[in-house]
Write a protein that binds this ligand. Structure first.
Ligand code: NI
Ligand code: MN
Length: 229
């Protein structure tokens, strides 16, 4: 499988069997690479309705090959916008799509549309790929104790965790999150996009060094890809 960081919280995953997944499709974020794959994707996942996560979904999901997966309230909104295929689910549920499983898990944050309307609860996703390879995208979140349940129930090969602080976990909280989630590898996200997202990879690594559990930290620059067998 391959995972490409597209800046901020946006990731492209190509699964072992070649399915293309895009998470939090703000593909024109200030740090995004110039040559972003515009799809069509097989699946686009939305963690919550803030503009830096909903992003360009309305443009990217026009094709009927693309299935958008989001919480019920965002599903209703995107269907109103005319997108052809949007799956609505809710926290705690699993959506099985071929050999993949998308599990919607809690996130501690807020969520509203740009006009202020309620957009349901924010969420994260555990994505179980073929071969039971599991990726957790935390969405925007603060630290919460039930991350230990996520780690226990869905042993994680890879976690995508926010470290930018202010709106999401900072480095100290993200290091503690690793103790609860126990992922094998971590890719930091949601930092450095704007000046207010001050958390850095160096601080995150420093905070992690104070704890017994040390996942492998793999910082990716926007446009960089991690390939795993
Ligand atoms: Ni947000
Ligand atoms: Mn955000």
């Amino acid at each position: 499988m391959e995972i490409t960081f597209l800046g901020h919280s946006c990731f492209k995953i190509t699964t072992f069997e070649g399915k293309k997944i895009l998470i939090d499709p703000w593909i024109f974020n200030p740090k995004a690479p110039k040559d972003v794959d515009l799809g069509p994707y097989d699946y686009i996942l939305i963690t919550h309705a803030h503009g830096d996560h909903l992003g360009e979904v309305a443009k990217l999901a026009r094709s009927s090959v693309t299935e958008v997966i989001a919480i019920h309230e965002i599903q209703q909104y995107l269907l109103e916008k005319g997108l052809p295929r949007v799956i609505g689910m809710n926290i705690g549920g699993n959506y099985r799509a071929g050999d993949l499983i998308f599990t919607m898990v809690p996130a501690l944050h807020s969520s509203s549309f740009s006009d202020g309307r309620y957009a349901g609860e924010p969420c994260g996703f555990v994505i179980t790929l073929e071969k039971d390879f599991r990726i957790y995208h935390a969405g925007d979140t603060g630290l919460f104790g039930d991350m230990s349940l996520i780690g226990e129930l869905y042993p994680l090969d890879l976690a995508l965790l926010p470290i930018g602080d202010h709106y999401v976990m900072g480095p100290r909280e993200a290091a503690k999150a690793c103790q609860l989630l126990k992922p094998k590898k971590v890719i930091p996200m949601h930092y450095g996009t704007f000046p207010i997202l001050t958390g850095t990879v160096e601080e995150f690594v420093e905070e992690l060094s104070k704890y017994p559990y040390q996942p492998e930290v793999i910082p990716l620059n926007p446009g960089e890809t991690l390939s795993l067998k």
